[in-house]
Design a protein around this ligand. Structure first.
Ligand code: FAD
Length: 471
């Protein structure tokens, strides 16, 4: 047994080297695809005498800049759709957290470029035809083909952006915000006809026409295939059903699900699925939950903290209830590990995927540390499994229960530890941090403060692996 434990990390690390090269390759391919198409759009603009018009320093300069901003914005809007379509290129290349961050950045730029496009085109046309700006804008909306639809599409995109501003979003229920967000698809769709009917750049050359039609077709096909067809086919193939439901901590619930050939789904500890339980009205709302145990045989386990309607109804699920899943998603797996020691820090339900990883990963007694952060010890999820790992595999477990300090101290610790310097506390917990891979899971602000302290304590970014439980 001792020999097996000693050998396991060595062979596993060899495989991890090639996996990290694969992740880098996916990332380069994903970044490359976005840049290559953006540069291609720029080249289309240049070949349409964009630079000459720009240097004319008259009304045409504003119009041509308006065309360029419109083209780049349209390209980025389609990438917004593709980023959320669960396309493997982006899922492997950026991971879910990376996609969420990129979705915000690309959304921000596509929106401001869209507004710049509206203003510049109106200014350019008004200057060339010596018309009042408002009159020009009115003429655009009423007299140009497809523009009324595009105006409605723009209004929808403005609605999506405004409701995504953090302060506005906090006031909305997640479901309402998500429903409004879906109007973004309609907004993009409504803008397409005006590009074809009035946008010279879209039909100017066969290359431009082929490019835009292909990108729209690819985006639509990806949404239909990866978001609808693949999950339905996979769920039908596995025939997943609820096997058992049990309380987990004072406000948690764990659900065991089983089906045919679950092993072939390729799910690994540290990943998550979007789950839909067919238990009655409201089943269409999917919720992301991580695997709370390493997948064994044909069974999957999730563990959730009850925070609202979706998690409350998990407690009432009956054995036999059918389950639809999207996934597996996420890159916070053991493949990203580079060293032999593990430091895992989880807040609230964030402990679930960490426990799954601790079950699946090789380590010697004392080489893995788990830090859990909850309101009280009784609120902790997966406690029985953590105790078992401590007893059978020598996991070292520290609990940090309690409320946050009203002021001062690192944000990731309770008030009882507010006097500690964050990096010092981490060194106290793990000793020589350079030997560790660190896995974090929890809400975004908690993880940010922890990431700052880990970096300050000298842990390289490549050794910190994380998954946020909020979007
Ligand atoms: C990648 C990922 C993995 C997760 N894994 C787990 C887990 O293993 N255990 C666990 O307890 N929780 C997990 N969560 C959080 C969990 O998805 C939410 O707590 C749950 O969806 C809340 O739904 P609700 O209807 O009960 O609460 P609501 O009151 O509707 O929502 C509470 C908060 O949860 C978030 N949320 C709600 N619905 C969704 C959704 N469909 N997608 C994303 N966020 C949502 C929103 O921030 C919302 O403000 C995970 C979240 C993500 C993003």
């Amino acid at each position: 047994m001792a020999a097996l434990t000693a050998l396991a990390p060595v062979s596993a690390l060899g495989a991890r080297g090639s996996s990290s090269r694969r992740t880098t390759a996916w990332n380069l391919a994903a970044v490359g695809a976005i840049w290559a198409t953006s540069l291609f759009v720029l080249a289309l603009w240049v070949s349409g005498a964009g630079i000459q018009s720009l240097l004319a320093f008259d009304g045409d300069s504003a119009t041509t800049l308006g065309r360029l901003t419109g083209l780049v914005s349209a390209n980025l809007l389609l990438y917004q759709v593709l980023l959320m379509a669960r396309v493997p290129l982006f899922e492997h290349g950026f991971g879910r957290d990376g996609i969420t961050r990129l979705h915000r950045v690309v959304g921000f730029w596509s929106f401001w470029l869209l507004l710049a496009h509206l203003v510049l085109i109106t200014v350019g046309y008004a200057a060339t035809s010596h018309t009042n700006l408002l009159v020009q804008a009115w003429e655009f909306v009423w007299d140009y083909p497809g523009m009324l639809l595009a105006t409605a599409g723009t209004a929808l995109l403005i609605l999506v952006v405004v409701t995504s501003i953090r302060r506005a979003r906090r006031r909305l229920r997640y479901e309402s915000w998500h429903l409004l967000h879906l109007y973004g698809y309609l907004g993009v769709g409504l803008a397409i006809p005006h590009m074809l009917w009035t946008g010279a750049d879209f039909t100017a050359s066969p290359a431009a026409t082929v490019y835009w039609w292909s990108l729209w077709a690819v985006a639509a096909a990806c949404v239909l295939w990866f978001r609808i067809a693949v999950p339905l086919i996979r769920s039908a193939r596995h025939g997943l059903r609820v096997v058992a439901v049990a309380p987990d901590g004072v406000d948690g619930v764990s659900v065991r699900v089983a089906g045919r050939g679950v092993r072939r789904s390729g799910a690994r500890a540290g990943q998550f699925f979007v789950w839909r339980f067919l238990d009655g009205p409201g089943w269409t709302r999917g919720h992301p939950f991580s695997l709370a145990a390493a997948p064994v045989g044909n069974e999957l386990v999730l563990s959730a903290r009850r925070v609202g309607d979706g998690t409350d109804r998990l407690a009432d699920l009956r054995p036999g209830t059918r389950v639809l899943v999207e996934g597996p998603y996420g890159r916070m797996t053991g493949e990203r590990r580079r060293g032999t020691r593990l430091l895992m820090l989880g807040a609230g339900a964030g402990v679930a995927p960490l426990v799954a990883l601790l079950q699946a990963e090789p380590y010697a007694p004392g080489e893995a540390i788990l830090v859990t952060r909850d309101h009280t010890v009784a609120h902790g999820l997966r406690r029985a499994e953590i105790d078992r790992l401590a007893l059978e595999r020598g996991l070292v477990h520290y609990a940090l229960p309690g409320h946050r300090a009203a002021t001062g101290g690192p944000e990731w610790v309770p008030a009882t530890h507010a006097r500690w310097d964050g990096p010092d506390l981490l060194r106290r917990i793990a000793g020589d941090l350079s030997a560790y891979d660190v896995y974090l899971c929890g809400p975004i602000p908690w993880m940010r403060s922890l990431q700052r302290d880990l970096r300050a304590a000298g842990v390289p970014a490549a050794r910190i692996h994380s998954e946020a439980f909020s979007i």
